[in-house]
Design a binder for this molecule. Structure first.
Ligand SMILES: [Mn+2]
Length: 323
């Protein structure tokens, strides 16, 4: 009947946290990865001819360094405007209203939810109601969903929410809420953001974290992308994950006990990475859009006595950051 994209945590122009601290890290290849993943999102929306796109917070990584980030976003949105695909966005903790000091006029068709109270956008042609509220400041501690309005009658109702739910490891406890309360609201789909790991928390109605579109550091492993949500003529929604990332992080575990030196450990890792790369080529062949060659980043987890730690390039150590 209709379909839409649910994305979140784009973190446009995020600097791939702390990688610059490590000499020899492939900074050039990784700079721009969040933009390329966003390009892929726009291409996917156009190719799938979706009816609209949702972004559930943290579109930006923080206040823009300069206008380039905003100009880039506006240029991508013009492509969706040409394809007549509207976009609905809430601000999250990283791009809360109080954090963003620069503004550009949003192209027609791009709708940002207010931060002072919940709002509903009604797409009459499709009988869809989208309810949401932006973060006004980075640390929202109350349950925003509690004040979301009741579902609109004879509409497919969507809740757009940036939340930690009841808490997720490694994520700040913002806009907490309970799954049961979301279920009781009577909406047909909950498009959640903030937690960077994708997760379908409930099937009926779908309550879904799309995860972020591009892993930004070694703790954000595995495929990253968005949900393509298809709604049938009975109003039942089903979310299908689509990868958008252009660089992917893995944790590679190896048995380093036979190794005498750090370089021998690296040889073992190289072997394992070869296998991972072969798999990545397979993913790329399934991905129908032009993307840059995929980079595979690995964290070396060496759990023996530390004997093999000498001689490892420094950037192979763990890097991390906050989400
Ligand atoms: Mn985020």
């Amino acid at each position: 009947m209709f379909k839409f994209l649910h994305a979140a945590d784009i973190h446009l122009d995020s600097p791939m946290l702390k990688l610059e601290d490590y000499e020899g890290a492939p900074l050039d290849e990784l700079r721009g990865a969040t933009r390329q993943a966003f390009d892929n999102l726009v291409q996917l929306a156009v190719a799938e001819k979706v009816d609209f796109v949702l972004i559930a917070g943290d579109l930006y990584d923080g206040d823009w360094k300069d206008y380039n980030t905003g100009l880039y976003f506006v240029s991508q949105m013009s492509k969706l405007r040409q394809a007549e695909i509207p976009v609905f966005i809430i601000a999250g903790n990283h791009d809360a209203a109080s954090k963003i000091t620069k503004t550009l006029r949003l192209p027609e068709g791009v709708n940002l939810f207010p931060s002072n109270k919940p709002h509903t956008f009604h797409i009459e042609k499709k009988s869809v109601a989208i309810h949401g509220q932006s973060f006004s400041s980075p640390s929202v501690k109350k349950d925003l969903s509690a004040k979301y309005p009741p579902p609109l009658k004879d509409c497919f109702n969507i809740g757009l929410l940036h939340t930690c739910l009841t808490g997720r490891e490694g994520h700040e406890p913002y806009a907490p809420c309970k799954i049961e309360d979301l279920q009781l609201k009577g909406y047909d789909y909950w498009a959640l953001g903030h937690v960077h790991q994708k997760e379908v928390l409930c099937e009926d109605p779908p309550i879904v974290f799309s995860g972020n579109s591009q892993g930004r550091h070694v703790r954000e492993t595995g495929p990253k992308g968005c949900m393509l949500v298809k709604v049938d003529n009975k109003g039942r929604a089903k979310a299908h994950f689509r990868s958008l990332d252009v660089a992917r992080w893995f944790v590679v575990e190896i048995d380093a006990s036979p190794a005498e030196t750090g370089y021998e450990v690296l040889d073992l890792v190289a072997l394992r990475c070869y296998w991972k790369r072969t798999k990545a080529c397979h993913w790329l062949s399934e991905f129908k859009f032009q993307v840059s060659p995929m980079l595979i980043m690995t964290l070396l987890q060496i759990s023996r006595d530390g004997r093999a730690k000498s001689g490892l390039p420094p950037w192979t150590q763990a890097v991390g950051g906050s989400v």
